[in-house]
Design a protein around this ligand. Structure first.
Ligand code: APR
Length: 310
């Protein structure tokens, strides 16, 4: 039986931290790829040199090419550039579009059976691009956003109530942007509805903070964006797939009529297992929740149109 292989494209903050989580959890051998010479090799060697200390058994290698990624089980794509001052959203989209297209072509040629996990922003749009470009079945192209956004929401609830994060169950729908849709109606603490603990105004404030969660980190860091939680989320997805855990998690997936939405990638709860997306769970939503989902979907659709794929 062969060891699983996880390739991570982009050895920046998110990619390198994902490699760290994956190796320490012994999910498989890890290959880091980046265009910067020496960076993936150096980070991979450094991480491997930590293994005798931490006692994890995983091969970690770095490369500027794709041969080492051959026959990967999972490929996590984090390559891209962040938005710089003076750069419009469209400029960013155009640059990251070119990066993702070339990365997907190289990956797919060598790992036609892999599950692809998209992480690069704008997330829903880049997941859609990855899906279209790879021509993979929709079950095997998944965007990482919902787990991260839900984790932020749970973290804020735990901080507000002074309770353990372990006892919070929550769910979130929609695009990975300010219009995401946290669902307080589906949020419980050890089965007790959130509304038992907090008044509506407080919950609304936590929801608002969740929507702006990415920006909060950017403002604090000044340069760069969040990487611990985003990489942890990508590795939770990786683990669910490699161990065929059949977990129920919010992920960004291609919709073909579910939730009344078609031809876009959007955050919804799914069953994640060995086959990738094994099913999409459709929730009964209130009129108000439906309105929020529609608003979020419209903004994702607009960004997808800007890709000018057809
Ligand atoms: N092929 C491989 N790697 C590339 C390519 C390419 N064509 N183009 C850029 N990269 C690499 C960069 O060299 C850099 O090392 O992608 C890496 C991105 O790393 P960071 O700039 O540190 O960005 P990071 O914080 O890791 O975020 C990566 O994840 O959460 C999202 O918004 C975030 O889109 C961003 C992505």
């Amino acid at each position: 039986m062969k060891r699983k292989k996880i390739s991570i494209i982009g050895a920046g903050f998110v990619g390198a931290t994902a490699a760290h989580w994956a190796a320490t959890k012994e999910l498989g051998d890890v290959v880091l790829v980046d265009i910067l010479e020496g960076i993936p090799q150096g980070k991979a060697l450094d991480l491997f040199e930590a293994s005798p200390i931490e006692g994890f058994d995983a091969k970690v290698t770095g490369s500027n090419g794709y041969e080492e990624t051959r026959d990967s089980d999972i490929v996590i794509i984090t390559s891209g550039v962040p938005r710089k001052p003076g750069m419009s959203r469209e400029d960013l989209l155009e640059i990251n579009k070119k990066i993702i297209e070339s990365v997907v072509d190289q990956v797919v040629a060598r790992s036609p059976q892999a599950v692809l996990i998209a992480v690069t922003n704008p997330l829903d749009t880049m997941t859609y691009l990855t899906f279209k470009r790879s021509k993979f079945p929709k079950q095997r192209v998944i965007g990482m956003a919902g787990i991260l956004d839900t984790a932020r929401y749970k973290a804020f609830i735990a901080m507000e109530l002074g309770i353990s994060v372990e006892d919070i169950q929550a769910l979130l729908l929609g695009g990975h942007g300010d219009e995401m849709v946290p669902l307080p109606r589906y949020t419980t603490i050890s089965g007790i509805p959130l509304s038992h603990f907090l008044p509506k105004e407080k919950i609304d404030r936590l929801v608002e903070r969740t929507r702006k969660g990415g920006g909060e980190i950017v403002n604090l860091l000044k340069t760069g964006s969040a990487f611990y939680a985003p990489s942890a989320a990508a590795i939770q997805m990786t683990e669910a797939i490699l161990k065929d855990k059949k977990r129920i998690l919010p992920c960004c997936v291609y919709l073909d009529g579910e939730y009344g939405l078609r031809d876009l990638c959007f955050g919804v709860p799914v069953k994640l297992g060995g086959g990738g997306i094994e099913s999409i769970i459709e929730l009964d939503l209130t009129e108000e929740e439906k309105k929020l989902v529609t608003r979020s979907a419209e903004s994702v659709k607009k960004s997808i149109l800007e890709l000018k794929l057809s």
